[in-house]
Ligand binder design. Structure first.
Ligand code: ADP
Ligand code: MG
Length: 713
C-alpha cells in the first residue's frame, strides 16, 4: 500500500524538481496526499460541445471545438493584447489574451483543431473568451464525463501550472495509487453506506456523473465533520470526567428572599425552565458549561442574576462580564438595585475605575465581602483574585472561544461554573460546532406585552416623509433613536457623520431636546448624555452603535438606522430590539442609499419581513457565511473546513454529531477499554480495536496532540 501522506510529490510522473517546488509554494501541494485532497472547485460537462451560435448571456463556462483562422495584435504598451479569431464551422468568436502573448503565439497553430473551455462574454455583438483553457482536439480520445476546474493562483498560472496540468497530474496519481487505507472505520463506512475513500477522492477529480460527485462530496463532508465533532465532544467529555465543579446544592436565603419579595414581575415559562436547567447543572458537582440563547429583550439578565443568587446561597462569588463599558454599567445599575434589597453587595469594575476604588474592590473580592462583580474584560485580569469564585457569566460575547473560557478556570482552585449568554441567536447547526462543547439553553418566549415592530426601508427621496412620521411620534410624547454606523471608533469621517447628523436633527426638530452619544466621548460625558435620554429630558438620541446593546427606554418607539446598508443583519436586529418595549406601536426605519447590491437589498428586506431572531440569524449566515463565528471557532479548536460549509451543511453536521456521540458513548476514551456507557443497545457503535486506533491516529493527524485543556493558563 502506498504511503501517500509521506510520498513527496516530485516522485509523481510528470513532476520534476522544478514543478514540485512550484506546486508546493504556490498551491501547498507537497505530497501525494495533498494532491489527492486538492479538489476542483467546479466542473465542466465534457460530453457536450457548444456551438457559438447558441451562446446566451448567462452561460457558465462551456467548451467549443474549432480552429483559429487568424491572430492579430491590438493596442500597445500595457494595453497590448492578442486577438485570435476562432471558427467552429458555422460562426466566429474572439479569443483574447492580455498576458504571455509571445508564448501563446508560438504554441498555437492556425488551422489545427482545438477545444477551448471558458466563459463566453458578448462584447460589441461578438462573443469572446479571455484566456480560456485550450487543448488540442484528439478524435481518438474525445473528451467525456465532467472535467474539473482547479482553483489556481495567478502566479501558479504564470509558472505554467494550469487546470489542465493538475488534471494530468491527478490522472497520473490515480493510475499509480490503487489502494489506500480508509480514514474512517469500516463499521461506519458500511453502516452509513458511504463511498470508500479512494473511490470518493477519485470521483472528486474525475466524476463520471453528477450523482457520483454528490456521493463523493457527501462522504468527504461527513468525514471532515465527524472528526471535528469527535474532537469537540471528546474534549468536553474529558473535561466532565476530570473536572469537578462546585456543588451548589442549596437554594437559600438570597434566592428565596429575592423570589418572594423583590422579583418585579412573573417569570416567563421559558425563564423558569432555563433557571431550572442551570440549577440542575450547578447542584450536581459537574462543572457547568452552558450556552444561553435568547432574543433581544427576552430577559436573560434576570436568569443571570438568579443563577448568581444560587451561587451566593452556597457561599460563592459571581462575575458578570459584558463586552462594553456602557453595557457593564447598565447591568450594574440593574443588579445593584436588586442586590441592595436582599443585602448582597454588587460592585462594578471597568477600565475607567479609579485606582483607589480598584484597590478597595480587589480587597473586597479577596475577603469575600463582594458577592457579585460586574465589569468588562478588566474582571479577568490576573490582578483580580477572588476568595471563592463560583460562577462566571459572559454576556453578548461572540469572540470568547474555548481557550479563553479555559483561562477562567485558573481563577479558582475549583473551576467556576460558566454561562455564556448571547442575544444573537446562533443557528442550531452552527452552535453544534462553534459552541459544540457547551450544553445549550434557549429562552424562546418574550415577556408579555411586547409590541410588534413595524420595519420599513427608505431611500434618500423618502427622508422628508420619515421626518414627518418621526414628528408625529414625538408629538405623541414618544422618544426616538437615530443611529449612525461607526465600525471603527477612530475613524474621523464616520464620527463626522454622527456629529453632522446631530446638528441637522437639532435644527429640524428644534422644539425637542436632542442628545448625542458616541464612543469618542469621555465616560462621564457619555453617561450624562445617556441619562438625558433615560430620564426623558432628551426626546431624540443621535448615536453610533454604542447603544447596540443595553439601553432600555420603554418610551422609545422609533429606531431610525442611517446607512442601514452598512450593517450586518444581526446588528440591525439588535438595534431594532431597543424599541417595542412599551409604546403601543413601534417603528424601525432603515435608511439606505439608493444603489445597493442584490445581496444587500435581500438582507434589508429580510428585516422588513420578520422579527424572529433565529430566522434572521439563519438568513444572515446563508448570505454572509458564518463570519465572526469562524473566528471564535478557530480561536477555540483551531481548524478549517475544506469540503463542508457551516452555512449550508446543517444536516451533515447533525449526522456527524450523532455518530460521534454514539462512538464516544460506547468508547469514552477511544482506547478500547469499555467505559461506563459500554455496549450501546443496538451495538451500532461497537468498533474493533483496529478502528479505535484509526480514530486516534486521525484525530492526532488533524488536530495535533491533545492539549490538556484543564491546565491551560
Ligand atoms: P435581554 O435578554 O436582551 O438581556 P433583558 O434581560 O435586558 O433582556 O430584559 C429586557 C427587559 O424585559 C428588562 O426591562 C427586564 O426587566 C424585562 N423583563 C425580563 N423578564 C421579564 C418578565 N418575565 N416579565 C416582564 N418583564 C421582564
Ligand atoms: Mg442583555
Amino acid at each position: 500500500m502506498q504511503r501517500i501522506g509521506s510520498t513527496d510529490i516530485k516522485y509523481l510522473k510528470g513532476v520534476g524538481d522544478v514543478r514540485a517546488r512550484k506546486l508546493k509554494t504556490e498551491l501547498g501541494i507537497a505530497t501525494f496526499r495533498d494532491l489527492m485532497y486538492y479538489f476542483p472547485n467546479r466542473y465542466i460537462d465534457r460530453s457536450r460541445f457548444y456551438n457559438i451560435a447558441e451562446f446566451t448571456g448567462d452561460m457558465p463556462a462551456v467548451q467549443v471545438r474549432g480552429k483559429f483562422v487568424s491572430f492579430n495584435e491590438a493596442g500597445e504598451g500595457a494595453r497590448l493584447r492578442l486577438v485570435g479569431s476562432f471558427y467552429d464551422g458555422r460562426s466566429f468568436a474572439e479569443v483574447i489574451w492580455f498576458r504571455s502573448i509571445k508564448n501563446i503565439k508560438r504554441s498555437l497553430v492556425k488551422g489545427k483543431e482545438y477545444v477551448i473551455f471558458g466563459k463566453p462574454t458578448l462584447f460589441n455583438g461578438v462573443w469572446s473568451f479571455a484566456h480560456p483553457e485550450i487543448e488540442s482536439y484528439n478524435p481518438e480520445n474525445p473528451p467525456q464525463g465532467q472535467r474539473g476546474v482547479y482553483p489556481l493562483t495567478e502566479k501558479s498560472r504564470n509558472g505554467g501550472i494550469t487546470s489542465r496540468t493538475l488534471q494530468t497530474l491527478a490522472a497520473n496519481l490515480f493510475e499509480k495509487v490503487t489502494q489506500i487505507g480508509d480514514t474512517l472505520p469500516q463499521e461506519i463506512v458500511s453502516r452509513l453506506r458511504l463511498m470508500p475513500l479512494l473511490q470518493a477522492l477519485r470521483a472528486m477529480h474525475f466524476p463520471t456523473s453528477p450523482s457520483e460527485l454528490e456521493r463523493a462530496r457527501k462522504r468527504l463532508k461527513f468525514e471532515e465533520l465527524f472528526y471535528v465533532e469527535l474532537h469537540i465532544l471528546r474534549y468536553s467529555l474529558h473535561r466532565d470526567i476530570t473536572t469537578r465543579g462546585h456543588v451548589c446544592a442549596r437554594v437559600g436565603r438570597f434566592f428565596n428572599e429575592f423570589y418572594s419579595r423583590v422579583l418585579p414581575f412573573e417569570l416567563t415559562g421559558a425563564q423558569k425552565r432555563v433557571i431550572r436547567e442551570i440549577r440542575n447543572d450547578m447542584r450536581t458537582g459537574r462543572q457547568m458549561n452552558r450556552l444561553l440563547q435568547g432574543d433581544v429583550g427576552s430577559g436573560k439578565t434576570m436568569v443571570a442574576f438568579m443563577s448568581m443568587l444560587i451561587a451566593a446561597d452556597n457561599g460563592l462569588q459571581s462575575v458578570l462580564m459584558a463586552p462594553t463599558e456602557i453595557l457593564a454599567r447598565q447591568h450594574y445599575e440593574t443588579l445593584r438595585a436588586w442586590g441592595d434589597r436582599i443585602g448582597l453587595p454588587v460592585r462594578l469594575l471597568t477600565g475607567s475605575i479609579r485606582t483607589s476604588e480598584r484597590r478597595e474592590i480587589h480587597a473586597g473580592l479577596l475577603d469575600g465581602t463582594i458577592g457579585i462583580l460586574i465589569g468588562t474584560h478588566a474582571v479577568i485580569e490576573d490582578t483580580v483574585q477572588f476568595l471563592n469564585l463560583g460562577l462566571v457569566i459572559i454576556d453578548e460575547q461572540h469572540r470568547f472561544g474555548v481557550a479563553q473560557r479555559a483561562r477562567l478556570w485558573t481563577k479558582n482552585a475549583v473551576p467556576p461554573h460558566i454561562l455564556v449568554m448571547t442575544a444573537t441567536p446562533i443557528p442550531r447547526t452552527l452552535a453544534m460546532i462553534v459552541y459544540g462543547d457547551l450544553e445549550s439553553s434557549v429562552i424562546d418566549e418574550l415577556p408579555p406585552g411586547r409590541k410588534p415592530i413595524a420595519t420599513s426601508l427608505h431611500y434618500e427621496e423618502g427622508r422628508e416623509q420619515v421626518y414627518r412620521d418621526i414628528y408625529t411620534e414625538l408629538r405623541k410624547g414618544r422618544q426616538v433613536y437615530i443611529v449612525y454606523p461607526l465600525i471603527n471608533e477612530n475613524d474621523r469621517l464616520e464620527l463626522r457623520s454622527v456629529e453632522e447628523g446631530y446638528k441637522n436633527i437639532c435644527e429640524i426638530f428644534s422644539e425637542f431636546r436632542v442628545c448625542c452619544v458616541h464612543g469618542r466621548l469621555r465616560p462621564d460625558e457619555k453617561e450624562h448624555q445617556m441619562q438625558l435620554f433615560v430620564s426623558g429630558e432628551a426626546r431624540i438620541m443621535v448615536a453610533t452603535t454604542v447603544i447596540e446593546v443595553g439601553v432600555n427606554v420603554p418610551n422609545a418607539s422609533v429606531m431610525v438606522i442611517e446607512n442601514a446598508e452598512r450593517f450586518g443583519l444581526s446588528q440591525l436586529h439588535q438595534l431594532r430590539g431597543r424599541v417595542g418595549r412599551g409604546a403601543d406601536k413601534s417603528y424601525c426605519i432603515l435608511m439606505s442609499k439608493q444603489n445597493i447590491g442584490k445581496e444587500t437589498r435581500e438582507r434589508l428586506s429580510i428585516m422588513t419581513q420578520t422579527n424572529d431572531g433565529f430566522r434572521i440569524a439563519e438568513a444572515d449566515m446563508k448570505l454572509r457565511g458564518p463570519g465572526d463565528m469562524e473566528g471564535t471557532l478557530q480561536s477555540g479548536f483551531a481548524f478549517n473546513l475544506k469540503v463542508a460549509s457551516l452555512a449550508s451543511d446543517g444536516d451533515a453536521i447533525q449526522l456527524a454529531r450523532s455518530v460521534a456521540t454514539q462512538v464516544l458513548d460506547s468508547n469514552p476514551t477511544l482506547s478500547g477499554a469499555a467505559g461506563a456507557g459500554a455496549g450501546a443497545a443496538d451495538g451500532s457503535a461497537q468498533l474493533t480495536p483496529y478502528s479505535l486506533k484509526l480514530l486516534e491516529t486521525e484525530l492526532t493527524h488533524r488536530f495535533g496532540r491533545q492539549v490538556d485543556w484543564s491546565r491551560i493558563s
